[in-house]
Write a protein that binds this ligand. Structure first.
Ligand SMILES: [Zn+2]
Length: 337
């Protein structure tokens, strides 16, 4: 073969290789750009919360839908979820929790096409309009002056935290809260299917010892208990002497009861809590004759902010931001504009 022909082939081969490499690079760049655009879009989606929104609230009883300013909505939520007698900073923390919950729900479009939120505490969050709240407070025996004072406090809590939300990585957090957990809050991974969230882990919760539900007991007769279990398709074929031998099975990593052991069956403590009306899953068991006695500490699932704790910390010098940062580890408080 002639030398120049070899060179020609080599030259052609090199050209083809370079061309392919270039094509590959162009393709890579295109992919990179697309990826970047997706990331930017994702980021945009997570922080696109608008200030001072209008909320369409559905009344579950009548089906009526009423549009209102988010601040008016929150004025109806905060006192439905927390006593207006609580410390001002605790009420502000509750306003922040309620607003964050609302924005999270708004971006999830969980209420369908026509409404944004409903007034059911089980589905969204408890909401009563002003007139209804006044009526409830009157029925509880408060005089008009106190009632107006309550409304003033609620207004201050909502307005002084206006447009503030709690975020983690640019997204509204799952702002869980409960009434009381004097032995510390619960890690979310320990209940409801094991989801882990670094801002919902166990933290200390100092609480007022005079709170009426700090400790409680539930006494239940073995036969009655067995019936309840059977109604829930548990412990079939067991008898009341099996119930007498009930003991705690496992604990969660924070020291609450994960399940109880009845003969060879483990019953989830969370299920037990709703089944027989225990105030929390932080309990010990005592057997007396044919009665099972549960000694319970705290009130609620234990995840996120404790309201009684927020009240305590507020009365002991913490402001609402410190209360939020205490109960939700590593979160940010952002102001929308
Ligand atoms: Zn709802």
């Amino acid at each position: 073969m002639k030398k120049w022909l070899v060179f020609l082939y080599l030259f052609l081969a090199l050209t083809v290789i370079l061309f392919c490499m270039n094509l590959f690079r162009i393709e890579q760049n295109k992919k990179k750009k697309e990826q970047q655009e997706i990331e930017e879009k994702k980021e945009k989606n997570t922080i696109e919360y608008k200030a001072d929104q209008t909320i369409r609230v559905k009344y579950t009883k009548t089906g009526e839908i009423v549009a209102m300013d988010i601040n008016d909505y929150l004025r109806g939520v905060v006192p439905s979820e927390m006593s207006p007698t609580y410390n001002m900073e605790a009420l502000k923390a509750q306003a922040l929790v309620a607003r964050t919950y609302t924005y999270r729900k708004l971006s999830a479009h969980a209420e369908g096409e026509d409404a944004d939120m409903c007034d059911s505490y089980a589905h969204c969050q408890a909401f009563y309009p002003k007139e209804k709240l006044f009526e409830i407070w009157r029925r509880r025996g408060y005089d008009e002056r106190t009632i107006l004072d309550f409304w003033d406090r609620i207004n201050t809590a909502v307005v002084s935290t206006q447009n503030e939300i709690i975020t983690y990585n640019g997204e509204c957090i799952k702002a869980f809260f409960h009434a009381s957990s004097p032995q510390g809050t619960e890690d979310i991974s320990q209940i409801w299917g094991g989801e882990t969230l670094s801002y919902l882990v166990k933290v200390e919760s100092l609480e007022d010892e005079s709170y009426s539900n700090r400790t409680s007991t539930v006494e239940i007769n073995c036969d009655e208990f067995l019936n309840k279990l059977k109604e829930n398709n548990l412990c079939k074929g067991y008898n009341s002497s099996d119930i007498k031998n009930i003991k705690i099975g496992d604990y969660t990593i924070t020291g609450r009861v994960k399940n109880v052991q009845i003969r060879d069956q483990k019953v989830s403590a969370e299920k037990l809590r709703t089944m027989i009306g225990l105030k929390s899953t932080n309990f010990t068991i005592e057997i007396k004759d044919s009665t099972v006695i549960f000694h319970v500490i705290g009130y609620g699932h234990g995840v996120g902010m404790s309201q009684v704790g927020a009240n305590y910390y507020g009365s002991h010098g913490m402001d609402y931001r410190q209360i939020i940062e205490h109960y939700y580890t590593g979160v940010k408080i952002e102001k929308l504009n």
